[in-house]
Design a protein around this ligand. Structure first.
Ligand SMILES: Cc1cn([C@H]2C[C@H](O)[C@@H](COP(=O)(O)OP(=O)(O)O[C@H]3O[C@H](CO)[C@@H](O)[C@H](O)[C@H]3O)O2)c(=O)[nH]c1=O
Length: 329
């Protein structure tokens, strides 16, 4: 590959994918992002500023749901692959504003596929989610049917997967869907549990725990996810591949305990009822990722959280000045 398009390049996972493409694969990266304000935009600029120092990175402020400006990008460049990391990704917020999820996750996905069809671009990688496995037996394997999404977010990702299947069938666009399992890491998303726990425990503010905290997630470190996403650019036809920890999932209470130890501070816990749009547990079967991509995660939860806390401590000075970055959930 010589040049790829990465959507959502200012995002948590998208920015890591861009860095790895440049560092490990010497690929020219065109990145687009609408820089929306779902969470404090300073974090997106923090990630984008680091990318803009790279001569192989080219940024365009483009919303994938806007066909006109997206078309310009495809007019100006020829791509070997499109990696769609642009998404509305918060599970619980999708009940408050489902329309933006439909717009970015479903319509934006269609716009990309249409541009790819018109310009003869043959490889598509779509970031999807373990949230689709709601109601299924664990560990989740890709062959399970995923017809019972319990959040608008999951429903829009299902829509995106289905549309990508159609475009593979009709127009032979080679597509790999990567289903991520609760991705965490430095410079992450402040709407997610681990980011809020690090920030709020350090600041001596209460954390919110939904339910009894024994719900669990197959947490996966962002560098492992970026590596798997890039491996997924190989030609495969149409495949869905889990990228997850693959071991026993970790409870939220365990994550809080590790963060308390790393910070040397105790959490003040404010309990709320379990959230209706949340799954109880997630756990990936990752045999297919190993077989098709030669991928396995490398970073343990303890090491990954250590890196999250280290990043937070290195950046605390400006983070604490961002108003409401982790205001009570
Ligand atoms: C933010 C927050 C969350 N929680 C609970 C809710 C969930 O049961 C659990 C994990 O929440 P989160 O860390 O936000 O992650 P989760 O809801 O699993 O969703 C993540 O993982 C999904 C699956 O990969 C992704 O598709 C989503 O984009 C990503 O946000 O922790 C709390 O108890 N307190 C909190 O403050």
């Amino acid at each position: 590959m010589k040049r790829v398009l990465v959507t959502g390049c200012g995002g948590f996972i998208g920015s890591r994918v861009c860095h790895q493409l440049i560092d490990d694969h010497s690929v020219d990266v065109v990145g687009v992002d609408n820089m929306n304000d779902y969470y404090d935009i300073s974090l997106k600029f923090h990630r984008l500023d680091q990318l803009r120092r790279r001569s192989q990175f080219h940024f365009h402020a483009v919303d994938i749901s806007d066909r006109i400006t997206l078309a310009d990008v495809f007019q100006n460049y020829q791509f070997d692959a499109v990696l769609n990391l642009a998404a509305r990704a918060g599970v619980r917020y999708s009940m408050e504003n489902p329309y933006v999820y439909m717009q970015t996750n479903a319509l934006g996905n269609l716009n990309l596929l249409e541009e790819m069809r018109m310009h003869g671009i043959r490889k598509y990688v779509l970031a999807s989610t373990s949230s689709l496995y709601a109601g299924q037996d664990m560990p989740f394997v890709e062959s399970l049917s995923v017809n019972t999404p319990i959040s608008p977010y999951a429903a829009t990702k299902k829509a995106a997967e289905a549309m990508a299947y159609s475009y593979n069938y009709l127009y032979d666009i080679d597509t790999t869907v990567v289903r991520y399992f609760t991705v965490y890491g430095p410079a992450g998303r402040p709407d997610m549990s681990y980011f809020r726990f690090v920030y709020l425990i350090d600041q001596g503010q209460p954390i919110t725990v939904y339910g009894d905290g024994e719900q669990s997630r197959d947490f996966t470190f962002v560098d492992d996810i970026a590596r798997g996403t890039i491996l997924a650019t190989k030609p495969l036809g149409y495949e869905i591949i889990n990228l997850g920890g693959g071991n026993q999932p970790h409870s939220i209470n365990k994550v809080i305990g590790i963060i308390e130890d790393l910070l040397g501070k105790k959490a003040v816990v404010d309990r709320k009822p379990a959230h209706v749009a949340d799954m109880e547990s997630t756990w990936a079967n990752i045999e297919k990722a190993d077989r098709l991509l030669g991928w396995k995660p490398e970073i343990s939860l303890e090491e990954g959280l250590r890196r999250c806390v280290a990043w937070y401590q290195d950046n605390r000075e400006w983070l604490v000045k961002l108003p409401g970055i982790c205001e009570t959930a």
